[in-house]
Design a protein around this ligand. Structure first.
Ligand SMILES: *[C@@H]1O[C@H](CO)[C@@H](O)[C@H](O)[C@H]1NC(C)=O
Ligand SMILES: *[C@@H]1O[C@H](CO)[C@@H](O)[C@H](O)[C@H]1NC(C)=O
Ligand SMILES: *[C@@H]1O[C@H](CO)[C@@H](O)[C@H](O)[C@H]1NC(C)=O
Length: 238
């Protein structure tokens, strides 16, 4: 109660809009960093997988030369960065990259008309630039999370990995389905999957090793949170 009164007082000092007429927006404090890890936040907790995928890190598993599948794991997590010129970032034409060996690897998201195993739209991390347009949300979106400019959601799925002959929690993209009756898009999360947001947690972008073919020249600072697990989402909104 005390902290609520305090935040109301602070908000009224900077806002001319009468407080009684609206709910006071209040969002977790963010920082800025070149490097970040991505932490899963289950947006529909009632449908979480067992065990929970909440708080797990975006990691990669090798599936072939220059290819990785995107998975969620309890520990570790890969360090990513946003790459592009200022204008590319402004127009959502940048890429999300990660370093590995002497190369740049990018996040690839399959398009609406492309599918991988089990008819799901795969998210992979392969040698190259990744899919153009993958980025991190910016102001005026109050929360920072991994964005792909398509109507839909990232999903975490319990999925068999042929290369390892066992199940992993894979990251996929679920495009919304168009409802002809309501003329509105609807979430279309496949069976065995749950909708997630991937939230950037600030991390150090390490120097590149000698002889690297990658470059951090166009790495751009990104909004991120110091410790995603410490965020109490019930405190924030609307
Ligand atoms: C994270 O999940 C919680 C609970 O499902 C939700 O209230 C919150 O808005 C989510 N955060 C983001 C950035 O989506
Ligand atoms: C990073 O962005 C710069 C500027 O657009 C571009 O020249 C470079 O190819 C990008 N790096 C990768 C690996 O895509
Ligand atoms: C492994 O994943 C497949 C889908 O790829 C699913 O049908 C199966 O039930 C899962 N197995 C376990 C033990 O979770």
């Amino acid at each position: 109660m005390l902290s609520k009164t305090l935040s109301l007082t602070l908000a009224s000092a900077v806002s001319a809009v009468p407080l009684s007429s609206r709910q006071v927006p209040n969002y977790p404090v963010s920082s800025t960093s070149l490097g970040f890890k991505l932490v899963a936040n289950v947006t529909g907790p009632a449908k979480d997988l067992t065990p929970s995928v909440n708080g797990r890190y975006f990691s990669t598993i090798h599936t072939g030369a220059g290819m990785n599948d995107a998975v969620l794991e309890v520990d570790g997590g890969r360090v990513f960065y946003l790459n592009g010129t200022a204008s590319e970032i402004r127009y959502n034409e940048g890429h999300v990259l990660t370093d590995g060996g002497l190369y740049s690897w990018g996040i690839y998201v399959q398009g609406e008309d492309e599918t991988g195993r089990e008819g799901k739209h795969e998210v992979t991390v392969n040698v190259g630039s990744g899919t153009q347009g993958v980025g991190i949300t910016r102001h005026p979106e109050p929360y920072a999370y991994l964005s792909w400019p398509a109507v839909g959601a990232f999903a975490a799925c319990n999925q068999f990995e042929p290369y390892y002959q066992k199940n992993y929690t894979t990251i996929r993209f679920a495009y919304d389905e168009w409802n002809d009756e309501t003329a509105l898009p609807e979430r279309d999360i496949p069976e065995g999957c749950v909708a997630i947001r991937l939230i950037p947690e600030c991390a150090t972008l390490e120097e590149l090793p000698e002889g690297s073919q990658a470059s951090h020249e166009f790495s751009q600072p990104t909004r991120c949170y110091d410790d995603v697990s410490a965020i109490d989402w019930t405190q924030y909104g609307p």
